[in-house]
Each structure stands twice: as C-alpha cells, then as structure tokens.
Ligand binder design. Structure first.
Ligand SMILES: [Zn+2]
Ligand SMILES: [Zn+2]
Length: 278
C-alpha cells in the first residue's frame, strides 16, 4: 500500500521547504532555506540530500527558492517549476540545472507519483499549488495565497493531508508597525492568507477526507501559534464530523516525519460506506 512520508523542514518568511516521499520518489516542495541548511535538516530525518529526485517550486520569492539553484546543481536534481517562476528566479545559477517545465492546470508524472499544478492568487510571476497523488493518497500544498480561490478549492480535492498557509491575524496586521504599503500587500487578495480566511475555508469547503493539516507560513510579527490554532479548531468544531489533526510548523526546525497511509474500509462499516482511518 502506498504511504507518504512528510516533514515540513522549515516554514515562515525566513524560508519554506517541505520533504515528501512516497517510498520511492523523494521531493522537496520549495527550497527557501540555504542549501546547507536544507541538507542539514534532511539528514536529521535520515534522508541523504543526494537521494532527492526533484525540487518543486511554488513561486520565485526568495523565502521559497533561495536554496534551489545550489541544491539542484550540487546534487544533480531536477528543478520543476512553471516558466514564469523559472524565468523570475534570481540570481541565475553558475551551473545550468535540469529544468522540468510545469504548467498550471496540468500534471507531471514522477515515478508512480502524479503532481497536479494549480494556479494560486499571489503577487508572483506564475505561482502554483501542488497536489501529489498516488493511488488513493493525495497531499496538497498551498501557501502564499491572498484568498481561497476556486482553483485552490479544486486543487485540494481528494487530499488526505494538506499544508496550507495561516499567515496573520487580521488585527495584529492592522496594528503592526509594518509600512502601510506592506500591510496592504500582505492583507490583499494577492498577498497572504489570514487565520480568519483559513478558518472560513476549513468550516465550509475543506474536503471530507482530510486527516492532517499543516499550518504553514505563520508570521512571526503578525500571528501567534495559539491564535492560529484556536481560530482553526473553532472552525473545525463548527464544521462538525471527524476533525483532522492540526500540525504546527516551525521556522527553525523540521516537523516530525508524518506517515500517511491510504484510508481503508472497515469491514463492519462496509455496508454503510463508513471509512476507517488508520
Ligand atoms: Zn510569496
Ligand atoms: Zn512566502
């Protein structure tokens, strides 16, 4: 049975990167930490950096891409990104890397893993979210979104686990000492997702099969872990049903490796079509 192993190596404005493996294909989703730091954090999970098969980029902002060139060049790893993201990456690499062109609303096959790309609402050249699928398992990754668009809702359909942004508390952002232009950018429909906007998604539009949610990209200035958690827990409570497990993510350390296996039908519940989750 396929199984995903997932660890968020780092998350937040200082750098984002997530490790995912289906047991044979090993990927980094974003590489926004220094190459050496990505290598160090992978090793703490027992993963050799040389065994990574691809680096997927959501967009070109440096907190998602700063280690990408170096990591790909050093370890001879494919960089998988949309053309807009690839062209906007700076600085250019000293050594060319193997680029796989991805397109929003299309898919790339890597071994037995399929990666679906969908557009995200963010002020970047050609930003995308990812859905990684194998068998009945799917993991969705969407961060840096100014709002929950229909593409985001569709992109996360069928997922058993998702990583999604919980960037800021609306009041903390409003009262922050950020310059007005930055406050406006972060809070706009092309900026970052607030706890309240995430909560509204969780309450009304979260797919039923989601068992794990990683809360990502929390602002150190304009959010607190307890605010994000309380907001999301209250939303899941209003939603009712079996609540998924919430996982915090960290700027300075990886999350423990999560093993995600396929949902299986419980024999006694088969007639009712009730799923039992391992
Ligand atoms: Zn960004
Ligand atoms: Zn970012």
């Amino acid at each position: 049975m396929p199984e995903f192993h997932i660890s968020v190596l780092g998350s937040g404005s200082s750098g984002n990167s997530t490790f995912v493996s289906d047991g044979s294909v090993r990927l980094l989703l974003d590489a926004g930490l220094a190459c050496r730091e990505i290598e160090r954090r992978l090793r703490t999970l027992g993963v050799s950096p040389g065994h990574i098969d691809g680096v997927l980029l959501s967009h070109e902002h440096s907190d998602h891409s700063k280690g990408a060139w170096r990591f790909c060049a050093k370890h001879n790893v494919r960089l998988i990104a949309t053309e807009g993201t690839y062209r906007a990456l700076k600085p250019l690499p000293d050594k060319p890397v193997d680029w796989v062109r991805a397109r929003a609303r299309s898919s790339v096959k890597l071994g037995r893993l399929t990666v679906d790309f969908f557009p995200t609402p963010h002020d970047a050249a050609d930003p995308v979210g990812f859905r990684l699928r194998r068998g009945k398992l799917a993991f969705g990754h969407v961060t840096d979104i100014g709002h929950i668009s229909d593409d985001v809702v569709n992109g996360l359909r069928g997922c058993s686990a998702i990583l999604i942004e919980a960037n800021h508390d609306v009041e903390m952002l409003r009262d922050s000492d950020y310059p007005a232009s930055l406050r406006h950018r972060v809070g706009s429909r092309w900026g970052h997702l607030s706890n309240d906007a995430l909560a509204s998604y969780l309450e009304r539009r979260l797919p039923d099969g989601v068992r794990h949610i990683f809360l990502a990209h929390l602002s150190q200035q304009n959010n607190h872990e307890h605010l994000a958690l309380e907001c999301c827990l209250a939303a899941l409570d209003r939603r009712g049903g079996r609540a998924p497990k919430l996982h915090l993510t960290y700027a300075g350390r990886p999350t423990p490796l999560l093993r995600l296996s396929e949902p299986r039908m419980a024999l006694d519940d088969h007639k009712q079509g009730v799923l039992e989750f391992a």
